[in-house]
Write a protein that binds this ligand. Structure first.
Ligand code: ASP
Length: 446
């Protein structure tokens, strides 16, 4: 078995967290490859090293002294080193970063130092080899990762009897210049490494026990999702459930490598398995009808009424073109015979709503244009909803029983998710009641 274990920032925030990581790694010899984020926040008042490095870079750019912030970063690493009794020569590491900063450096170089330093210390502490991501994660000039080259470079660093720690979040262009990924990118590095070493599982260790059925700020102690497929995950994370970087799926999807999201602070919890297909797991333990409930507030519905519009060829295209002209992305377009509603995030149209309405009136000659704000969209996601007659009926009656007015509703034909639009003020109540009905009651019935 080959396991790649990626640890997020909170998992490596201080010496105590490093100890938990070591415990996890030494409890399973299959965890041969480790990918690490930069030290995250130790407490709510603390700052992520990556944020502090971005701040330093801004100070350098504006010619303001960066030393007070940089010293804070250095102190954090020195503390971890001292508490764990490590030998890594941090003085010379920091001296060489300072030298580059004085000379003038790229943002990417400076910001990548968080992952670099954290992984250096972690490698020594775990007694694993260290491979600088600048030497093994190969970007092409178009910004894409060159998987073949990366595979070759990582293979050269693998030794029979020792594990390997690789910093997340960055790599290098063919000319050696460091390039960082988007925020949270260590998740992507973990997925890339999993792909190139043909891992059996990609473990993503964080500070929550995987995905929960509902947001714990809304539902008290929601149950976890044991298994979720890629498509469900897309629906869930698009609508607000943020545990994993969106792009972390692609490198493992190709090879069908499951991702296991686990909690460094609760390692006995099995967490959530993300797989292309959960059917095998489902045979052993049948899933709830609903995999997850998620959603977001603050959408706007722009409704156009025009008699006989449905018969007008190209009407919808002209309608959508107006939104495209203003670079507004559209969430959904529910329609009836002669009304077409366009749902967009309110902040997308903050500055251009009245220009859009003006253009709609001019280009489409509607009988009426109506605008409604404060819409919340709720996505009820579940692979088990497919072919289950009565599912949407149960769902709608739940809303009715709680006096929640549904403003829009839509279901894709793959029956993977049902989207319901309600007033912002009903958002929490709706999520609560769906959870009660489809999770709590089902559990009680078991
Ligand atoms: N350290 C980077 C960030 O804070 C990348 C990561 O942690 O995945 O975004």
């Amino acid at each position: 078995m080959i396991k790649v274990a990626k640890f997020g920032g909170s998992s490596v925030a201080n010496a105590e967290q490093f100890r938990k990581v070591k415990q996890i790694i030494s409890s399973d010899p299959d965890r041969k490859f480790v990918v690490s984020s930069a030290c995250g926040k130790e407490s709510n008042e603390d700052h992520k090293v990556t944020d502090l490095l971005f701040l330093c870079e801004a100070h350098v750019r504006f010619g303001v002294s960066y030393e007070p912030i940089f010293e804070q970063i250095e102190a954090k690493y020195q503390r971890i080193k001292a508490e764990l009794g490590l030998k890594t020569d941090l003085d010379s590491e920091f001296a060489s970063i300072r030298k580059v900063m004085k000379r003038g450096m790229s943002t990417d170089y400076l910001v990548s130092r968080g992952e670099y330093l954290t992984s250096r210390l972690l490698a020594e502490y775990l007694d694993y080899d260290f491979a600088d991501a600048a030497e093994v994660i190969a970007f092409r000039y178009d910004g894409e990762v060159d998987m073949d080259r990366t595979r070759q470079l990582i293979e050269e660093r693998i030794s029979e009897d020792r594990g390997l720690v690789i910093p997340g979040f960055y790599g290098a262009l063919p000319n050696g210049v460091i390039r960082i990924m988007s925020r949270g990118g260590s998740d992507i590095t973990g997925a890339i490494v999993s792909n190139v070493v043909n891992a059996d599982v990609y473990e993503n260790w964080t500070d929550v026990s995987g995905f929960l059925v509902a947001d714990p700020r809304i539902v008290k102690n929601p149950i976890g999702i044991p298994c979720i497929n890629y498509n469900e995950l897309r629906e869930m994370s698009y609508m607000g459930a943020n545990v994993l970087h969106d792009d972390a799926i692609f490198p493992v999807k190709d090879k069908n490598i499951p991702i296991n999201v686990r909690n460094t602070n609760d390692p006995s919890n099995p967490g959530t398995l993300i797989m292309a297909d959960c059917s095998e797991k489902d045979r052993i333990s049948p899933p709830h009808a609903i995999t997850g409930i998620t959603g977001r507030k603050d959408y706007t519905i722009i409704t156009l009424v025009k008699s006989h519009a449905s018969a007008e060829v190209g009407f919808l295209r002209k309608l959508l073109k107006v939104f495209e002209n203003y670079h507004v992305s559209i969430e959904a377009v529910p329609s009836t015979v002669d009304t077409f509603s366009v749902i967009v995030a309110s902040k997308e149209v903050e500055h251009c709503l009245y220009d859009i309405v003006g253009e709609l009136k001019e280009n489409l000659g509607p009988d009426d244009v109506r605008i409604e704000d404060h819409l919340a969209l709720i996505a009820i996601v579940g692979r088990a909803m497919k072919d289950q007659p009565g599912m949407s009926g149960r769902l709608l009656s739940e809303f009715g029983d709680h006096q929640i007015n549904i403003k829009v509703i839509s279901q894709s034909s793959d029956e993977l998710s049902i989207m319901v639009g309600v007033h912002n003020r009903d958002f929490e109540k709706a999520i609560h009641s769906i959870y009660e009905r489809f999770i709590t009651e089902e559990q009680e019935a078991k």
